[in-house]
Structure formats: structure tokens, C-alpha cells
Ligand binder design. Structure first.
Ligand SMILES: Nc1nc2c(ncn2[C@@H]2O[C@H](COP(=O)(O)OP(=O)(O)OP(=O)(O)O)[C@@H](O)[C@H]2O)c(=O)[nH]1
Ligand SMILES: [Mg+2]
Length: 390
């Protein structure tokens, strides 16, 4: 770990210096306003003292060459065998609980939901309720059963929401979440979609509060430059509020935040200060769709210190099962807004309609029949009138 202290006139100057000397992976450990020089500090101009660090451990770590060491090779083999044994146990189909009606079509649907990672109690509840709602004849009719299950799975999701622009003032949209889930990329996709609609050019601004990771500002600035969307940096909650107030003419203000680990309560609390500074806002939590079900709950728990209005699931292209995401959205009653399905900006983002989510979860209805009862229409985010939709 290489640590260095800087005394600079302002934070942008610090960021430049740190990037130059410590590289883009450096992180800010501490920053504070200080008064140095003058007579006993009087008449001194305020400066910033910034402590930054970069992790050099990985490069310094000695690389042992274990080839040829028989005991290490034996351990490796043992681990390999264990891994194979565990994956075989995990792949074994779970027995269908006795309470699931003994109808072949329902049992296979139950298994399908479990295979997709839907929480067991939710899969069970779904099958049980569908069995209660349909007659024995319809349970044997694959087409009707498939359509009803699609509809029921969609109905269990909280009604989806999407961003709508408010003609009365800027819509302020925060994306928070763990590190590396795709928050910045998602905001860039939204900025592009809203700034360049076929019907109207909206005034969009991106603000980053991520002054923690040195590479974060150049990343969002590059997106801004390519997309023709202005980018501002807020170094403190007061900065953020001032920036929002001075941009009251914008239609949409998208706010990027630093990635926070759900295990670091103090980091999440520091982020809450930024949110608390802004009275009118919408906050969505971004989660990688491939995250384990239990971890998703832990993430939501940690970020519940903030007023969460919805969920964005990212990287759905990197997972083969959407069951955990589906279950967590149902259980927490948090509406979904967007799903992202790739790295391309702005293409790889979709509105999370119930139909789309259920199709991803269990595949489309085979005969193409699509019920219109799915609660598929989007709700406007509270307090805003729908004007433009992505
Ligand atoms: N496959 C895939 N990659 C994505 C998606 N969204 C973002 N990424 C990639 O994920 C990586 C991290 O994206 P960022 O937008 O920087 O993530 P972040 O959450 O802002 O990261 P931090 O600010 O460091 O917490 C980049 O390589 C993105 O291109 C997605 O939907 N699918
Ligand atoms: Mg980011």
C-alpha cells in the first residue's frame, strides 16, 4: 500500500495529482479543509488536505512456484474432487414437497421455478395458488396452465416503475449500490436515452458524488463527453444541493454514487448524508442479477438506511437464472425499474415490465398467447406526470 498526503487548492486539483502520481486505482482515504500559512493561520486561504492510497500488495506478493511439490499437488486434487462432489449434490433435483398437488404439470412447473432460483416458499405459494384457481381440466391443459402461471408470476411482482420527466422541475434520480454492479454505466445509458429521445431533447445533467475512486470522475466525464451530457462533481452533500439548485432548469438530474459494500455500515451512512441533503428525489438500488439470493437480501437490508424507491437489476446477460432477483423484488415489495443486459451504452438497458421479467424467468408463453392482465403498464414514479418514457 502506497499512501501519500496532498495539500491542494481544491479537490479537482487533488484528483488530477493523485491520478498522475498514484494511478487510476488510487482511492481517497481522507480529505478535509485546512487553513495553512498566513499569520497564525489568519488570512490564510482554505486548502484541502487529501490523503490517497493505492494498493500495491498484489504486485508485491511473492509468487511461489508450487509445481512439483507433491503435498500441494495432493491438496489440489483433493479440492478438485470435493468441488465435483459438491456440484453433483447441488445439481441433484430437490424432491417436490408433498403439499404441492400431485399433478405432473404442476410438479414440473414447481421444479422449473426452483431450477431458476426462485425462493422455495415463493415457488410453493405460486403453484399452490394456481392449483386453487384452476380446475382439474385446466391443470391438464398445458396452454392454459402456462398462460395462467405467466400471469400469476407477473401479478406477484410489485407494479414496475420507470423514470418519467417532470415538466415542473428536475427529476432527481440517484442510483446507489454495491461496488462494480454497473451504476455509472446504467446512468450513462439513461442519460443517453432521455437526452436524445426521437420526440424531444431533454435537458439532462449527470452529477457524480463518487470522489472516492480516482478513476470514477474521468469515467463519467468520458460518458458525458461522448453523449453530449454535462457532468458535474459534488465533493460534499452541500455541493450536491447547490448543484441541484443551480440546475433547476434541467428536466432530469442523474446522480452517480460510489460503490458501497453492504458490510461497511459506515460507508453506507456516509452515502446517506448525500441523499439526506436532497429533499425531492428518487432512489434506486442497483444489484447484479447474478448475486446470491441471501446476499441480495443483505444488500437491501444494508441500503434500507436510505429511502429506496425501487430496484435495478444489472448484468442479466451474465446470469442464467433470474429467480433470486424475482424473489427478492416480490418479497421486499420493491418495484423494478430497469434491467441492464450488456456493456453497450445506451443500447443495453430494458424497462423491467412484468412480461419481460417473467419471460426471462421462465421463457415466453410457448403459443404466443399473452394475457393483458399482467399489470404490465408502468406506474409513474410518485409525484410526477408522465411525459417521456424510455
Ligand atoms: N455484462 C455486463 N456488464 C456490465 C453491465 N453494466 C455494466 N457492466 C460493466 O460492469 C463494469 C462496472 O461498471 P460500472 O458502471 O463502472 O460499475 P459501478 O457500479 O459504477 O462501479 P463502482 O463505481 O466502482 O462501484 C464495467 O466494465 C461495465 O461495462 C451489464 O449490464 N452487463
Ligand atoms: Mg461507478
Amino acid at each position: 500500500m502506497r499512501v501519500k498526503k496532498y495539500l491542494v487548492k481544491n479537490m479537482p486539483e487533488a484528483m488530477e495529482l493523485i491520478k498522475l502520481e498514484l494511478g487510476p486505482n488510487a482511492v481517497i482515504l481522507h480529505s478535509e479543509k485546512v487553513r495553512k500559512g498566513g499569520v497564525f493561520g489568519l488570512f490564510a486561504r482554505p486548502k484541502f488536505e487529501v490523503v490517497a492510497a493505492v494498493d500495491t500488495d498484489l504486485q508485491d506478493f511473492p509468487q511461489h512456484n508450487s509445481h512439483g511439490d507433491p503435498s500441494i499437488q495432493a491438496m489440489r486434487d483433493e479440492l478438485k474432487n470435493l468441488r465435483v462432489a459438491i456440484s453433483q449434490v447441488a445439481a441433484r433435483p430437490q424432491p417436490v414437497p408433498n403439499s404441492v398437488p400431485r399433478v405432473a404439470s404442476l410438479e414440473s412447473w414447481y421444479q422449473r421455478l426452483i431450477d431458476q432460483g426462485v425462493a422455495q416458499h415463493l415457488a410453493h405459494q405460486t403453484i399452490q395458488r394456481v392449483a386453487n384457481e384452476l380446475s382439474r381440466w385446466t391443470l391438464d391443459n398445458q396452454g392454459v396452465l402456462n398462460e395462467h402461471l405467466h400471469w400469476y408470476l407477473g401479478r406477484q411482482l410489485p407494479p414496475p416503475v420507470q423514470l418519467n420527466l417532470n415538466p415542473a422541475g428536475p427529476q432527481v434520480f440517484f442510483v446507489v449500490g454495491p461496488t462494480g454492479v454497473g451504476k455509472t454505466t446504467t446512468l450513462a445509458k439513461l442519460a443517453a436515452k432521455f437526452a436524445h429521445t426521437p420526440y424531444k431533447k431533454n435537458r439532462v445533467l449527470m452529477i457524480t458524488t463518487d470522489t472516492f475512486r480516482v478513476a470514477a470522475i474521468p469515467q463519467i466525464s468520458a460518458f458525458g463527453e461522448i453523449l453530449g451530457v454535462p457532468v458535474e462533481v459534488a465533493y460534499t452533500p452541500d455541493d450536491l444541493l447547490a448543484l441541484i439548485k443551480s440546475n433547476a432548469d434541467k428536466d432530469l438530474i442523474l446522480i452517480d454514487t460510489p460503490g458501497r459494500s453492504q458490510r461497511a455500515a459506515s460507508e453506507v451512512a456516509a452515502l446517506s448524508d448525500y441523499l439526506a441533503a436532497v429533499p425531492e428525489k428518487i432512489v434506486h438500488l442497483a444489484i447484479n442479477a447474478g448475486t446470491k439470493y441471501e446476499d441480495m437480501h443483505q444488500i437491501i437490508e444494508a441500503f434500507s438506511a436510505m429511502p429506496l424507491d425501487g430496484l435495478i437489476f444489472t448484468k442479466i446477460d451474465e446470469t442464467s437464472s433470474l429467480g433470486a432477483a424475482y424473489s427478492v423484488a416480490c418479497e421486499r415489495a420493491l418495484p423494478l425499474s430497469y434491467l441492464t443486459n450488456g456493456q453497450r451504452v445506451p443500447e443495453d438497458i430494458e424497462v423491467a415490465t412484468a412480461d419481460y421479467v417473467v419471460d426471462l424467468l421462465v421463457g415466453p408463453v410457448p403459443d404466443g398467447i399473452r394475457s393483458t392482465r399482467n399489470g404490465n403498464s408502468h406506474q409513474t414514479m410518485p409525484g410526477v406526470r408522465q411525459e417521456v418514457t424510455v
